[in-house]
Design a protein around this ligand. Structure first.
Ligand code: GLA
Length: 373
């Protein structure tokens, strides 16, 4: 028998290393957070879709025929997913969708992917689970590409779907082969620092970077046979770089080098070489700043302050960039001093307060069986 109210959760993620590699067929190394989106679904009496959120006063009541309309609001994320189900022959009956999130919104910790994935696992459960988790991840990504028109890669939805407690996910975005790598932290923590900088025009800047990578690939394909930039090793790329110039050269160079950083970081973590892991995080930040040009003064300040702080092994921006968060690998006994000192310095510099979170790594999206109000 159908329960009247059902409860679901999908996490956000922190990407430990490997940004702007997913849509270049490369490696990424994210981990699901224990923060994310909670969704309560119940039948509606009027056959409409009702969307509400505790994080946003804008609520929506929509008739089924209105499903193709974008609202340029948070509701586009779940609507895009409802449309994915409908397009695949699973029309969604009238429902109330009520959301509550504990992730900072628009802070590069995948709040949007967590809304999409919470909606996807909910609709899947209500339909008797016709889709695998990988299919749901692809549907959520497709909803964001096609409906929201953000041309994102697969990392965020994948991390939200396939998260595992205390593990990072080594994902090859070309083959979608993945492995859970235990985070054996040896007295260290990952600390997330949110710049709280308002991010504007992220989608268009992101889509522009993506198309510059595509341009680079098309040029290089005239000289070598590759399907994506991350199939090239750093030395193969260096041998071909004379064919590229300007921004296009820099974007492609980042993708290839960053892919190398991730490959090495996964090995370092498996070996317990956290010092090397930290160095690779620093190299990743430099490449995102200098070649991919997706950092900003706030992110650079937080990463540089962190990199100089006692007990820190490495620090980098995480996610798409242009604002959002850094992630720092730091000795647990230095965390309090770090939060206090770097927090103070940041506020003095920019007149904005940063927020800090010690990352707790949790499981992927699913139904909450023991939900208590
Ligand atoms: C955003 C996108 C991801 C990925 C990152 C950058 O989070 O949604 O697909 O491209 O940026 O690594």
């Amino acid at each position: 028998m159908q329960k009247t109210e059902r409860h679901f959760f999908a996490p956000g993620r922190v990407n430990l290393i490997g940004d702007h590699t997913d849509y270049n067929g490369g490696l990424v190394f994210p981990a699901a957070l224990n923060m994310g989106t909670y969704l309560t679904v119940s039948p509606s009496e009027d056959d409409c879709y009702h969307f509400s959120s505790e994080n946003d006063p804008a609520a929506f009541t929509l008739r089924k025929e209105e499903l193709t309309l974008r609202h340029h609001s948070w509701v586009d994320y779940p609507l895009g997913v409802v449309k994915e189900f409908t397009d695949r022959g699973f029309p969604v009956s009238g429902l109330q969708f009520h959301y509550r999130g504990d992730l900072p919104i628009g802070a590069a910790l995948s709040s949007s992917a967590s809304i999409e994935m919470a909606t996807a696992v909910a609709l899947n459960a209500l339909n008797g689970s016709p889709f695998t988790m990988l299919e749901l991840v692809k549907m959520a990504q497709h909803a964001e590409n096609d409906f929201v028109r953000m041309n994102c890669g697969i990392m965020d939805q994948f991390a939200s779907g396939f998260g595992k407690k205390n593990c990072a996910i080594a994902l090859d975005c070309n083959t979608l082969a993945y492995e859970h790598v235990p985070l054996e932290m040896q007295g260290l923590k990952f600390v997330i620092a949110n710049t709280n900088k308002k991010r504007e025009l992220v989608d268009s800047a992101y889509n522009q970077r993506r198309s510059e990578c595509q341009q680079a690939l098309e040029i290089l394909q005239q000289h070598t046979s590759v399907e994506n930039l991350c199939q090239l090793t750093v030395s193969q790329f260096d041998g071909l770089s004379e064919y590229l110039t300007g921004g296009v050269l820099k974007r492609a160079r980042h993708a290839v080098r960053e892919n190398g950083h991730v490959r090495e970081a996964i090995i370092a973590l498996k070996r317990g070489d956290m010092t090397r892991f930290g160095q690779l995080m620093n190299a990743s930040h430099a490449s995102l700043r200098d070649d991919y040009e997706v950092t900003c003064p706030e992110l650079d300040f937080l990463a540089e302050q962190a990199q100089q702080f006692p007990g820190v092994l490495g620090s980098r921006m995480t996610g798409a960039g242009f604002g959002g968060c850094t992630v720092t690998l730091i000795a647990e006994n230095q965390v309090d001093a770090f939060v206090e000192n770097v927090g103070k310095a940041y506020e003095q510099q920019f007149n904005i307060r940063a927020d800090f979170y010690v990352a707790e790594i949790g499981n992927g999206a699913g139904e909450m069986m023991n939900y208590e109000c």
